[in-house]
Write a protein that binds this ligand. Structure first.
Ligand code: AP5
Ligand code: MG
Length: 205
């Protein structure tokens, strides 16, 4: 089964993706994670992506479609889960030409909680563990591996505002796009991560 996780920035796509990947036999493909990998490696794609990501804007489709094409080619014989892609109608139309999608899960969260979730997010650069600063209990270190937790460069308030505007204008229309294809499943993303995952499991079986 091939899945798309839709949802606004901070809706919990990455959080659910980790649980889905552990529970179901799917390969997690996150365009945001791929771009961040390129930025760390200081590749040409990384340099280009950084100039858009730091402003909260979408990386141009031509580049995004290229990295997704490579990721899908690598997971040719596996089921996959796309997180953060597609993000506009053009990306979704192009995706339909190269892959079969079975289910699209839209994680719905009220806009007023997104800012708090995103600005409070901390990531471990070593093991990838992600949590909210309120869960760290005053410690700045990763509870899994002890490394110093970091904040994403696009998780500051002004950048988050542009990300939310981009989401409303370009990404939210995908809900209707996939509804029209009969593939959309809505999940309430306002509960705890485990409660949200229980809803996701009802969709995925
Ligand atoms: P990307 O990395 O995809 O970011 P995003 O879509 O903005 O989403 P986030 O990763 O911020 O949120 P999430 O939904 O994964 O939430 P999370 O689980 O971490 O993209 C970054 C940038 O890359 C884009 O802005 C763009 O520039 C570029 N890009 C990426 N894809 C692109 C594409 N297709 N085309 C063009 N450009 C692209 O959770 C957030 C926080 O909330 C965490 O602290 C978490 O602990 C907490 N949390 C999660 N679930 C819950 C819950 N149920 N209750 C309470 N807290 C929770
Ligand atoms: Mg994410």
């Amino acid at each position: 089964m091939n899945i798309i996780l839709l949802g606004a920035p901070g809706a919990g796509k990455g959080t659910q993706a980790t649980r889905i990947e552990e529970h179901y036999n799917v390969r997690h493909i996150s365009t945001g994670d791929i771009f961040r990998h390129h930025m760390r490696q200081q590749t040409e794609i990384g340099q280009l992506a950084r100039s858009y990501i730091k402003k909260g804007l979408l990386v141009p489709d031509e580049v995004t479609l290229r990295i997704v094409g490579i990721a899908l080619e690598e997971s040719k014989n596996e089921n996959f889960m796309l997180d953060g892609f597609p993000r506009n109608i053009n990306q979704a139309t192009e995706l339909d030409k190269i892959a079969r999608i079975d289910k699209v899960i839209n994680i719905a969260v009220d806009f007023d909680v997104l800012m708090n979730r995103i600005c409070g997010r901390r990531n471990c650069p070593e093991c990838g563990y992600t949590t909210h600063v309120s869960q760290l209990g005053g410690e700045g270190t990763c509870p899994k591996c002890g490394s110093e937790m970091q904040q994403r460069m696009d998780d500051r308030e002004d950048t988050v505002k542009s990300r939310l505007t981009v989401y409303t204008e370009q990404t939210a229309p995908l809900i209707e796009f996939y509804k029209a294809q009969g593939k959309l499943f809505e999940v309430d993303g306002m509960g705890t991560p485990d409660e949200v995952f229980a809803e996701v499991r009802k969709v995925l079986g």
